[in-house]
Ligand binder design. Structure first.
Ligand code: ADP
Length: 275
């Protein structure tokens, strides 16, 4: 009888504890949702006037300003662009963290996607006099099923960094297959550079929000410290894990593995059906 009482009491305590935990969890979820909504509203509200400021700066720069005005406008353009990138990145992190983001599963042409990325970053590569190549294992099918937008975002961020932190060097993007069968393929992605490298003690933290190599690096290279946070989260959402190896003065290598269902070349199939 005594044992029964004790058991009932401890059951009651357990129930109370669970109820408390549940309330705390709901409170935390509400707070996090409110924070996400607040951030989203503020960012959107900031972005609209900023777009106007940037647009007008652009127009004024095209009107052959005097040299002194040109300097002011160039500085305005730089700051405006920085703020816009920053706001966009905050919005992106917020979207990812509030799990309002899902992966898409669409048929896309991987080679075309990488070709477009290479084209869009060509100028940046030449500014720092870097050789920039993309090498794709011929066993990788052209068409995959997955999320091309997220994959592009990952590459743009990683390659942008690689090109930014490398001068007179080399930036290579390498894609190899780990495994391939009729339906699936697992791909090993690597973005490597021969740039300034990242000190060993920073390797863990560079993926944290607002983490930057050092104040000097930030002053010299600019940036927001959010790019790698976004990359890490996007790779995880797609089912992978990003790894970083780096040696100061030698360069850095970012790698991750992702699996894809093999897609179809719709145009080729249509043509075959036609023939
Ligand atoms: P940022 O906008 O500052 O580039 P990131 O999150 O993309 O922000 O990168 C964080 C920091 O990691 C950078 O400020 C830089 O110090 C370091 N970093 C990132 N990529 C590289 C790279 N390829 N080579 C050297 N340092 C890098």
């Amino acid at each position: 009888y005594k044992n029964n009482i004790i058991r009932n009491q401890s059951n009651l305590l357990l129930k109370e504890k669970n109820a408390e935990l549940q309330i705390a969890k709901e409170k935390a979820e509400k707070a996090s949702k409110a924070r996400a909504e607040f951030l989203s509203t503020v960012s959107h509200e900031l972005r609209t006037p900023l777009n106007a400021i940037n647009g007008i700066t652009h127009l004024l720069l095209e009107e052959n300003p005097k040299e002194s005005q040109m300097n002011y406008l160039t500085s305005l353009k730089f700051s405006g662009n920085y703020l816009l990138t920053f706001i966009n990145e905050i919005l992106e992190i917020n979207r990812i963290e509030s799990s309002a983001i899902e992966t898409e599963n669409i048929n896309f042409n991987l080679k075309l996607l990488l070709g477009n990325i290479q084209q869009s970053l060509k100028e940046l590569a030449s500014i720092n006099n870097n050789a920039f190549t993309i090498e794709i294992d011929p066993n990788i099918p052209d068409f995959l099923i997955g999320d091309p937008t997220k994959l592009s975002q990952i590459f743009l961020n990683l390659i942008n960094n690689a090109l930014k932190f490398t001068k007179n060097g080399e930036v290579r993007v390498l894609l190899t297959t780990n495994e391939i069968n009729e339906e699936f393929t697992s791909i090993h992605f690597e973005v490597l550079d021969t740039g300034i490298g990242i000190p060993e003690e920073k390797i863990e933290t560079v993926f944290d929000s607002f983490a930057q190599g050092s104040i000097e690096i930030n002053r010299k290279y600019g940036g927001t410290g959010l790019g790698l946070t976004i990359v890490k989260k996007l790779v995880e959402i797609m089912g992978g894990k990003i790894k970083l190896e780096s040696v100061v003065g030698k360069g850095s290598s970012f790698t991750f593995d992702l699996s894809f269902k093999i897609g179809i070349d719709a145009a080729a199939q249509e043509k075959m059906a036609f023939d």
